[in-house]
Design a binder for this molecule. Sequence first.
Ligand code: WT7
Length: 685
Amino acid sequence: MAVTKPRREAREQQSAEVSEAQIAVHWQEEGYYSPPKKFVAQANLTDKGILKRFSLDRFPRYFEEFAALLDWYKKWDKTLDTSKPPFWRWFVGGRINACTNCVDRHLAKHRNKTAIHFVPEPESEAIQHVTYQELFVRVNEFAALLRDFCGLKAGDRATLHMPMVAELPITMLACARLGVIHSQVFSGFSGKACGDRVSDSESRVLITMDAYYRAGKLLDHKEKADIAVADAAKDGHKLDKVLVWQRHPGRYSSPTKLAEGRDFTVNDLLAKYRGKRVEPVRLPAEAPLFLMYTSGTTGRPKGCQHSIGGYLAYVTWTSKNIQDIHPEDVYWCMADIGWITGHSYIVYGPLALAASSVVFEGVPTHPDAGRPWRIAEELGVNIFHTSPTAIRALRKEGPDEPSKYNHRFKHMTTVGEPIEPAVWKWYHKVVGKGEAVIVDTWWQTENGGFLCSTVPAIHKMKPGSAGPGIPGIHPVIYDDDGKELRAGSGKAGNICIRNPWPGSFQTIWKDPNRFVQQYYARYCKNPKSKDWRDWPYMAGDGAVQAKDGYYRILGRIDDVINVAGHRLGTKEIESAALVVPEVVEAAVVPVADPIKGKVPDLYVSLKTGLKASEEIAKKISAAVVSEIGAIARPRQVIIVPDMPKTRSGKIMRRVLAAISNHQDPGDVSTLANPEVVDKIKELAR
Ligand code: WT7
């Protein structure tokens, strides 16, 4: 399987590294499912002509249809500027505001329609239905607070570390109204991880919440803000203010104290801004809307910078045509807004289309696996969007639960990881009651929105396959030598996109070099060229293309593990383990897991003379959780006498991955220390 390294080093790297794609399950080809007639009859996009109209010879013009879905203060002069490859600029000269597109413009027709259904985790607590009018009022008041109390203005950054509550989209939209670049950090991430992102983005303000509910407990969240402030300070970065929303307005729900002069309760401050309206800032299309940090091949997470105009155009068009959102739909994406899926397909896309979007605070299987179907029934959700991990967990814990409820979905999405055909079929038959169309959407944090998916009313579905590129996206698979692998070749390679698209991130925050190196250098045909055709985008996933043109994504080819649909860098986990003074070496490998897709196994070796103990293993595991968050907790910490190594001293992760996955590690005789392999086998589960 291909790796992202230059050819010369390829052989040794290939033997030392292991990728998810290498351990991917090779499923059989499945049969097709047709979209239900009832769905097709009402769908937004049924014109097959689109596939021709969006062919490469009409690039980039066809993307004007995306931008035409938005309200612009000033229309763009140039659809695509390619003068500085690969820093493509979309809709240049246009002026726009993302907040007015998601809120203000709907007031005339949909003022009293629910914009956000906030579903608290405790079932005893009433669901809140925030109308577009109320959203408008709350966003304006909070924007006034950000501007007048915090002094934030266009181009400044604000870090958000908020749970799944209505106040999160309100905060994002208030930032967008002012042109403040928001950087929302997943609430499950640790205070330390939040602090790293605060200092990298140089945010002067951190916006958080005192507490939130998860699996039946009211968690103290404010304590993480204190850790974040201290961690940013270690990097030499000082935060001016911490704004704390209250989970229960009027009642502070955290045992952690507020720091005088630094921490402020939003709900108290807001009293001063009642009735305030903030003129939306007319921003250039290419001004950044937000940063979203994601894991890569080095320990440091990278801040993917997304634009206002291109991004919003892309998520709006794909929400309309791939999610099939109409203004009368009740749409529920069960992802967390702390990930890109939530930004694009809970907040910006659905709200730009005046849909009602559900924000659910809790765990889908709590208190039981019937909860999602109760919510869907109660709210009349007709479009449902989730990940294979959630589907697997719901299927395991409540295989018959969906049939007990009267929800009816017209459309369902799976995203984030490959889905096993058996799981897909349960989703289709039991959750969708055989009536819903399904899209398997493949994309990444970097991409802003879907790259591959069937068009729900046009293409047939095929379990386990993401489908072709969406209209306007032209994927290609390259082998290690840059040769194109044709559809039906049966060979896996690196999936790339031939053409730029408006939803793509613009750069990595403060690291344009890494942006070029990581995504474009590998298959660039001519670094001097200003022709976009010479700059395919490399996604970092292994894939195969079937004869029918559908892509099957196999998994990451780099040092990234996709745990429960969330990306974690193996290097990040390894450096967290190395924080523990006893540890001298650490190696993380992906292990196949029946629910989460992949989970990390952490191998460590200790300083000479130290004895392995359960206590040290626990300490290492705890360090990973406090450095990154519970999501990175290793399945097991295996303390080994020595790492298996090549003669040049590289850790053979491939051997460790084989052991963890109960596979044959193959020929290990060329290792510098082959005898260690059997010893490790005895230690690992
Ligand atoms: C990685 C991106 C897409 C938003 C959520 C995750 C994997 C994503 C699929 C899919 C197979 C998928 C890829 C990708 N992935 N969607 N439908 N089938 N694999 O965003 O955290 O940036 O992760 O998720 O490996 O590179 P992310």
